[in-house]
Design a protein around this ligand. Structure first.
Ligand code: ZN
Length: 177
């Protein structure tokens, strides 16, 4: 059972200055310290904000999960705005950026996000990019079918991310400058 606590805090929209409501939700999940989800949508300019943080002061942490079966697709992943996600076998790396949102998802949700980006490259890329994208989509389908084992690595310099599995390897690392 997850426990939710919600708090609404008024504040200015960072984009247009309209007074909007920030929703702070704390959630208690096994294997984790409490999670704080901060979200806001500005009705006047459409500005959207989501961040996810574990409620602890974290050190740089790397979380590694071997994704070897379809059961692993439902493993929950918490990614804060500062975390990068890497799947080395597929040559996939998602770096944090200014438009990057924190989220609570699962392994399948992350594969879906990658798929979404790759499908875009398939439409707009050059011939070589299209070929690479088609190959990557085929690989992603094999991962989802449990036929292609891959490694999921989440690195967070602020230690606010995590993978919810008793098979995850958690370690410290030195962030690159
Ligand atoms: Zn606004």
């Amino acid at each position: 059972m997850h426990k939710f606590v919600e708090t609404r805090v008024p504040g200015p929209c960072p984009s247009c200055g309209t007074e909007i409501e920030y929703l702070y939700t704390t959630e208690n999940i096994p294997y984790f310290s409490d999670i704080l989800i901060i979200s806001a949508i500005c009705p006047s300019c459409g500005y959207k904000f989501v961040d996810t943080q574990l409620l602890k002061h974290g050190e740089p942490a790397r979380h590694t999960l071997a994704v070897t079966s379809q059961d692993d697709l439902s493993v929950r992943v918490v990614r804060s705005m500062s975390a990068s996600i890497e799947i080395p076998e597929l040559g996939v790396r998602i770096d944090p950026g200014p438009k990057c949102e924190g989220f609570v998802s699962n392994v399948e949700g992350i594969l879906d996000r990658v798929e979404h980006v790759v499908k875009g490259a398939l439409l707009w890329g050059n011939d070589e990019e299209k070929e690479n994208s088609a190959q990557l989509l085929a690989d992603l389908a094999r991962v989802k079918a449990g036929l292609l084992p891959v490694t999921l690595i989440v690195e967070d310099p602020h230690g606010n991310s995590g993978i919810e599995s008793n098979r995850v390897i958690n370690e410290k690392y030195e962030p690159e400058e």
